[in-house]
Write a protein that binds this ligand. Structure first.
Ligand code: NAP
Length: 240
């Protein structure tokens, strides 16, 4: 029987490519989203992948949604923590709300979702978890102390949880994407984007599929010996 894979923020952007790639790899995929009903409907119509609306930053909402998903689709054996937001601003401009929103959505969500699937994966002695970090969590980025802290936190979270899961055959890995051509990056001013691309050795932005194929690799049943690692998918930018 196909394993159930849950992709948070899985109906658009990088998440949509991850959902579709996992489906193509034979997983029974479920996607979650925050509020973009139109994108969710269009995605389900196109792919047949069901979408569940809940806030990944809210533990109780995650618990309720997971209960529903497990009753309607089955136990989650593959989890991709992909949902994320940015609220950029220099320290001078960054208020507490911008800080909390990014920490809770990008990092708090990893706790919420992993906590809720952990007992089931442990009982089954199988689990694949991938957390989507960022090159900006590895290198830092001007105007992004909240985002860099959250993504850097994801890389530490991944290694610590991987240690806890190893004997139970639950692997926990991270992917640190570079700049990928999605709405999040299209919001960057064109002159800034031009400078960013000039610093990518490969000479282009990534595609969502570039990231998705990394997720398929790390979540394969036979990827049992890869855990606690961070896969950098960034066109070589981490070498700069
Ligand atoms: N794009 C890049 O270049 C890049 C680079 C490095 C890392 N990343 C990371 O890759 C991931 C995906 O990025 P993306 O560019 O594909 O983003 P995106 O196009 O903005 O999509 C974000 C997704 O997350 C969902 N989401 C946001 N807040 C949520 C919440 N509180 N609860 C549930 N779902 C929520 C959104 O749902 P709605 O559609 O309902 O809003 C959407 O599905 C993020 O973690 C991002 O930080 C992206």
């Amino acid at each position: 029987m196909s394993r159930v894979a849950l992709v948070t923020g899985g109906q658009r952007g990088i998440g949509a490519a991850i959902s579709e790639a996992l489906q193509a790899a034979g997983r029974k995929v479920v996607a979650s989203y925050a509020g973009n009903d139109a994108a969710a409907k269009a995605f389900t119509d196109r792919t047949g992948i069901p979408c569940y609306k809940f806030d990944v930053a809210d533990y109780d909402a995650c618990a309720e949604a997971l209960k529903k998903i497990e009753a309607e689709v089955g136990q989650v054996e593959v989890l991709v923590n992909n949902a994320g937001i940015t609220r950029d601003g220099t320290m001078k401009r960054m208020n507490r709300e911008m800080w909390d929103a990014v920490i809770d959505t990008n990092l708090g969500s990893c706790y919420n979702m992993c906590k809720l699937v952990w007992d089931g994966m442990s009982a089954k002695k199988f689990g694949r978890i991938v957390n989507i970090g960022s090159i900006n969590g590895q290198a830092g980025q001007y105007g992004q102390v909240n985002y860099a802290a959250a993504k850097s936190g994801i890389h530490g979270f991944t290694k610590a949880l991987a240690l806890e899961g190893a004997r139970g055959q639950i692997t926990v890995n991270a992917i640190a994407p570079g700049y990928v051509d999605t709405e999040m990056v299209r919001a960057v001013p064109p002159d800034v984007l031009e400078k960013i691309i000039a610093r990518i050795p490969r000479g282009r932005l990534g595609t969502a599929y570039d990231i998705a194929r990394g997720v398929v690799f790390l979540t394969a049943d036979d990827a049992d010996f890869i855990t606690g690692s961070t896969l950098s998918i960034n066109g070589g930018q981490h070498m700069y």
